[in-house]
Design a protein around this ligand. Structure first.
Ligand code: NAP
Ligand code: HSE
Length: 439
């Protein structure tokens, strides 16, 4: 150890109260242990985990931690004046919201990875932080280890952001990658993502698209300086994506990805999460496994892409500890409470029916003359123009059709599909997936 490192390590530690010691919490403890000397040197004082809130103190832990630090009583952290910083990695909306509001009201700074909470109550938490001169940082809530929140709030703040778009859920990207590259079954790939610590405690939040929608609400709020909450984001997950869709998409030159898309256009915000066919040559098509990538388009910077591990213990711990260090530096220099809520506008979110897209449609229909003409007629009457129609296979008097539309309003497509679904020659509308060509 160098001389100055010993000096910084010998300084009075900054006590951190950790709420949660699961996948991410254990990573935070590990990282503070592993890089503690460098962290102390960079801040000027060491960071010490002073107390840890868990549900069950008897549970075996993945990290070595003094048993007397564990507690099931939140007040032992929230009421302790010797703990100026809280790292919340327990997840869920309540009681996390209540604990963090209490901590902020007592002037404690807070770091959180909790997108469920932020996507609903971000404004309340940020305003409470501002009112009490505390920091409230949440880099780990979007993109795992990828720095995206601080860059949007600070380093890209000079831009008018036009679009934020990307892959923001590691679990679903892992599943789709395994299905595409290795022909794996959905359930098998999901079980692997869970075992690797990528999935939420309830993985439905990942596969139904809600986790990505929460992250998009956070990103859109920051990017467009307006409050977008999770219920305002249109969301579809990946549970209806079959190996057949992945195969046909591949034959057409596309890869299936779960995309999160937010744009400002005509005084409105478009905010949607859904599976999409992405052209194989687009950089997002090459983003595989647990990796996430977020494209930001600003009027000054042009296109910037942020890429890295979007979930997992140590990447997420990297973001949490980075935020803890930012808070600690501010404490050392008496500068907490400087970066507050940036939502100074109030823009409406565009209803999905008015959003324009291209679509991939897979239908099972009667295999006989005139059927295609009747389907094409309905699309024509509803103003839906077809770019291509391919008959993929015939079986037992049925034909499987894959159609790609030109760009059309969502409402017109849905109206057409309602009529087509009722035709006696149509057995099923097997899938409808948006095609994102011009991203
Ligand atoms: P986890 O493995 O389920 O861990 C949750 C921890 O919080 C556990 O230690 C649990 O205690 C404790 N806990 C939960 N509810 C509690 C309560 N009411 N009272 C006291 N303790 C409670 O979750 P995780 O994967 O680490 O995720 C934590 C947070 O990070 C979530 O907000 C998640 O969305 C976010 N996040 C996760 C990842 C990832 O890759 N996993 C990435 C980015 C963000 P016990 O251990 O005693 O049960
Ligand atoms: N479950 C989330 C994911 C964790 O798979 O992306 C990171 O937020």
């Amino acid at each position: 150890m160098r001389h100055w490192e010993a000096i910084f390590l010998a300084q009075e530690p900054i006590n951190v109260g950790l709420l949660g010691l699961g996948t991410v919490g254990s990573g935070v403890v590990k990282l503070l242990e592993q890089n503690g000397t460098a962290i102390a040197t960079k801040i000027g004082r060491p960071l010490r985990v002073a107390r840890v809130l868990v549900r069950d103190t008897a549970k075996p832990r993945a990290v070595s931690i003094a048993p007397e630090l564990l507690t099931t009583d939140p007040q032992q952290i929230l009421e302790d004046p010797a703990i100026p910083v809280i790292a919340e990695v327990m997840g869920g909306v309540e009681p996390a919201r209540e604990y963090l509001l209490t901590a902020l009201a007592r002037g404690k700074s807070v770091v959180t990875a909790n997108k469920d909470l932020l996507a609903l109550h971000g404004q309340e938490l940020l305003e409470t932080a501002r009112a009490h001169g505390a920091d409230f940082f949440f880099e780990a809530s979007v993109g795992g280890g990828i720095p995206i929140i601080h860059p949007l709030k600070e380093f890209l703040a000079a831009n008018r952001i036009e679009q934020v778009l990307g892959i923001v859920n590691g679990t679903t990207n892992y599943i789709l990658s395994k299905m595409t590259q290795e022909g794996r079954e959905f359930a098998e790939a999901l079980a692997e993502a869970q075992a690797l610590g990528y999935a939420e405690s309830d993985p439905r939040a990942d596969i139904e698209g809600d986790d990505a929608a929460r992250k998009l609400a956070i990103l859109a709020s920051i990017a467009f300086n307006t409050r977008v909450t999770y219920p305002e984001v249109y969301v579809e997950g990946i549970t209806r994506i079959s190996s057949r869709d992945i195969l046909y998409a591949g034959e057409l030159g596309y890869v299936v990805k779960l995309l999160a898309i937010a744009r400002e256009e005509g005084g409105e915000i478009e905010a949607r999460v859904h599976p999409a066919l992405v052209p194989r040559q687009h950089p997002l098509a090459a983003v595989s496994d647990v990796y996430n990538a977020i494209f930001v388009r600003g009027d000054a910077v042009g296109e910037a892409m942020f890429y890295g591990r979007g979930a997992g213990q140590m990447p997420t711990a990297s973001a949490v500890v980075g935020d803890l260090m930012a808070v600690a530096r501010n404490l050392v220099h008496g500068a907490t409470g400087q970066v507050a809520c940036t939502c100074f506008r109030s823009l409406p979110v565009r209803p999905m029916g008015r959003v324009e897209c291209q679509y991939y449609l897979r239908l099972t229909v009667r295999d006989r003359p005139g059927v295609l003409a009747s389907i094409a007629g309905v699309f024509g009457n509803q103003g839906v123009s077809l770019a291509s129609v391919i008959q993929k296979r015939s079986f037992d008097g049925w034909a499987e059709l894959v159609l790609i539309t030109h760009r059309v309003r969502e409402a017109s497509l849905q109206d057409a599909l309602k009529i087509i679904g009722g035709l006696s020659v149509v057995r099923a509308i097997d899938n409808v997936i948006r095609v994102e060509e011009g991203i």
